[in-house]
Every structure is written in structure tokens, then in C-alpha cells.
Design a protein around this ligand. Structure first.
Ligand SMILES: NC(=O)c1ccc[n+]([C@@H]2O[C@H](COP(=O)([O-])OP(=O)(O)OC[C@H]3O[C@@H](n4cnc5c(N)ncnc54)[C@H](OP(=O)(O)O)[C@@H]3O)[C@@H](O)[C@H]2O)c1
Length: 333
């Protein structure tokens, strides 16, 4: 038997249970979880889980058993689970989208052991510990994808707008600094804005004190606009992002922190010839390029707070509070 969390449909709670260990198939690896990290999605999933499943899309651990035909990993390897276990390369498809850890019908990582096909794991970058590595599958890879894995990747000298200081946004900032991009970071907290300056943010705006932050972005960029927006706000921020971005600029549309419903005038997409890319985490091949960049630039993910396995519920409360800066992590058993 092993310890495992489950979330049940409509329950909005997680339960720690004793579960039967999964058998290891010939192409499977068995991973002992060392750390799992929380994302905003995990909060949404608690209410939406269609059936009882294990929560948390993201986790890292050590391989403790391999199937007879496993080629890529051996016992003792440090690995992390892919958010989309079947997205290896190429474009996302309906089939790939339908299989995501900790949502849909696929168990997540908040379990003493996780068993899965070897293709659904990727090696942990050498310079990261398990807690840092656990933040890569969703928050990290999404930020990487938003900046560099679409048809109009950011390039040195570009100015990008980053909304907030959560998991995705702090990764975007760290990558932007490493790649020589200028940044404008929005936050509701002046204290958090001081911290982003320490990381290397070029400009900061408190979006509570300056609700029409698009005008401030326009002023900072001398009426040119930013090259790219890391859009995590959704319905409540999209219209301002369209105003803050330059003509023929890019909006990487990622999140819905302010919800999905609002009256949004789409005309600026036409009038300014914008490119709006929908970003949905990323593939295993993207992970490889992302990890290479993390290693080259010695980037270490920002871990806000680490909770004990038994205190996973407190980790949710902390993430929900919005007090965190970067990523919230739960240690393995
Ligand atoms: N499409 C994808 O593949 C993908 C992947 C990961 C995440 N997401 C989505 O992206 C969003 C962020 O996820 P996350 O896990 O990084 O969230 P998170 O860690 O919970 O980040 C929350 C932070 O967002 C900021 N925020 C909230 N409202 C804002 C607003 N109106 N304007 C600017 N910033 C605001 C706040 O920053 P301050 O405290 O600094 O104000 C808050 O602390 C979520 O909607 C999530 O579902 C999508």
C-alpha cells in the first residue's frame, strides 16, 4: 500500500488515503515522489474533477523500479512528470489535450509513488533539487513556451509585459532577464515589486495603485508599446493588454486569473495587426530546450514555501491567498 491524496467530484477537498500500488508495466517507470508543486489550475480542478483522481499536475522524484523494456531511465535517475504525458513533439491535438495529469481522467503526482510510461517523464536538470524541479512541468514550461516556442519568439532587446508574481510570471521574468529582454512587471504588492527588481525587472507598476496600467506601459515605452505580453489575467486584463502591446506585437494568452467572462473589444487585434498565441503548457521536446536554457543560464526556480506532505491542504490555502511569490511546493513523504 502507499499514501496518496485524492480529490472527489464537487467535494472541494482532498483526502489522504491508503491506495494499492500500481503494477509496473514493461515500458513503465515507478517514481518515488520527492516534491510536487501547486499551480492555480490545481485550485480550479478541485471543483471540476469529473471523477476521483490524484491531484497536482507537477512533481519530481527518483526512479525506484523500471519495466523490462524501459530504455531511457534506470533506477536512481531523477525525473519529473510531463503535464501532458502524451505530448512528445509537434503541435497539440485534441487527443493530447484530453490527457493531462491531475485533471481530466489522469491521476496527478501527489502520491507516494507514481507509475507511468517512460515517455511521460523527463530528466531533472542537473543543477536543480527536487523542490525546484517540481515547478518545471506546468509553470516553468508554460513561461518558456509563451516567450520562445511560438512563431514570434521574443528576442534580445525586446520589452515584455508580465502580469503578477505567481508561478508562471516569475519564471517568465527569470527567463526574460537571462535572455536580455527588458521587462515591465505588474503586481498588486509594492513589496513583491521590490523583489522582482532584485531579480532584474526593468520597470514595475502596482496595478492596484495604477488600474489603467496600459497607459503607464505606453508612457514607459514612449508610445510604442511592448513587444510581447505574458497574459495570465484573462478576461479582466486582455483589453488593456491589447492597448499596451505595440503594433504587430504578440500576446501570449495563458491564464484566466480574472475569469473568463467580460466584454472585450477584439478590434485592436485587427487594427494593430496583433498576433495572439494560445499557450497550453508544452511538449517534451520543449522541455528539453527549456532545461538546456535553465542549465546554460544557471536559472533556479523561485520556491516560495515548502509544505510537508501531510500539510498539502495548507499549501492550497497559501496558494489561494495570493500571498505567494513564485511557486508553492509540497515535499514527498
Ligand atoms: N495555459 C497554460 O498552459 C497555463 C499554465 C499555467 C498557468 N496557467 C494559468 O495562468 C494563470 C497563472 O497561473 P499561476 O499558476 O502562475 O498562478 P498563481 O501562481 O496563483 O499566480 C497568481 C498571481 O497572479 C497575479 N494576478 C492576479 N490577478 C491579477 C491581475 N488582475 N493582474 C495582474 N496580475 C494578477 C497575482 O500577482 P500579485 O500578487 O503580484 O498581484 C497573483 O499572486 C492562471 O490563470 C492559470 O490557470 C495557464
Amino acid at each position: 500500500m502507499m499514501k496518496q491524496y485524492v480529490m472527489e467530484p464537487g467535494a472541494d477537498a482532498i483526502r489522504l488515503v491508503d491506495a494499492t500500488e500500481t503494477e509496473v508495466g514493461v515500458k513503465d517507470v515507478k517514481v518515488e515522489l520527492k516534491a510536487a508543486s501547486l499551480n492555480y489550475r490545481d485550485i480550479l480542478m478541485r471543483k471540476r474533477a469529473p471523477e476521483a483522481i490524484v491531484p497536482f499536475s507537477d512533481g519530481a522524484g527518483v526512479v525506484v523500479e523500471v519495466g523490462a523494456e524501459v530504455e531511457d531511465f534506470k533506477v536512481g535517475d531523477r525525473v519529473l512528470g510531463l503535464f501532458f504525458p502524451n505530448w512528445i513533439d509537434g503541435e497539440i491535438t485534441r487527443e493530447i489535450h484530453g490527457v493531462a495529469r491531475g485533471g481530466g481522467d489522469v491521476d496527478g503526482m501527489l502520491s507516494e509513488f507514481v507509475v507511468g510510461h517512460e515517455q511521460s517523464f523527463v530528466a531533472v536538470p542537473e543543477h536543480l533539487d527536487f523542490e525546484e524541479a517540481s515547478t518545471l512541468p506546468c509553470a516553468g514550461l508554460t513561461a518558456w513556451h509563451a516567450l520562445f516556442e511560438h512563431a514570434r519568439p521574443a528576442k534580445k532587446g525586446d520589452t515584455i509585459l508580465i502580469q503578477g508574481t505567481g508561478g508562471v510570471s516569475i519564471f517568465a521574468l527569470q527567463l526574460a532577464v537571462a535572455f536580455g529582454l527588458k521587462t515591465i512587471v505588474l503586481s498588486s504588492s509594492s513589496e513583491k515589486l521590490e523583489r522582482v527588481q532584485e531579480i532584474g525587472a526593468t520597470h514595475t507598476i502596482n496595478y492596484l495603485e495604477t488600474p489603467d496600467w496600459d497607459k503607464e506601459v505606453w508612457r514607459i515605452t514612449e508610445k510604442r508599446g511592448v513587444d510581447l505580453v505574458v497574459e495570465v489575467g484573462g478576461a479582466g486584463t486582455l483589453e488593456r493588454s491589447m492597448k499596451a502591446v505595440k503594433y504587430h506585437g504578440v500576446i501570449s494568452l495563458i491564464g484566466v486569473l480574472t475569469g473568463t467572462q467580460a466584454e472585450v473589444n477584439p478590434f485592436p487585434v485587427v487594427g494593430k495587426s496583433l498576433q495572439v498565441f494560445g499557450i497550453y503548457v508544452g511538449s517534451k521536446e520543449m522541455h528539453h530546450r527549456f532545461h538546456a536554457a535553465l542549465e546554460k543560464h544557471a536559472i533556479k526556480p523561485v520556491v516560495d514555501k515548502v509544505f510537508a506532505f501531510e500539510a498539502a491542504e495548507e499549501a492550497y490555502t497559501h496558494q489561494k491567498s495570493g500571498k505567494h511569490f513564485g511557486n508553492v511546493v509540497v515535499r514527498g513523504l
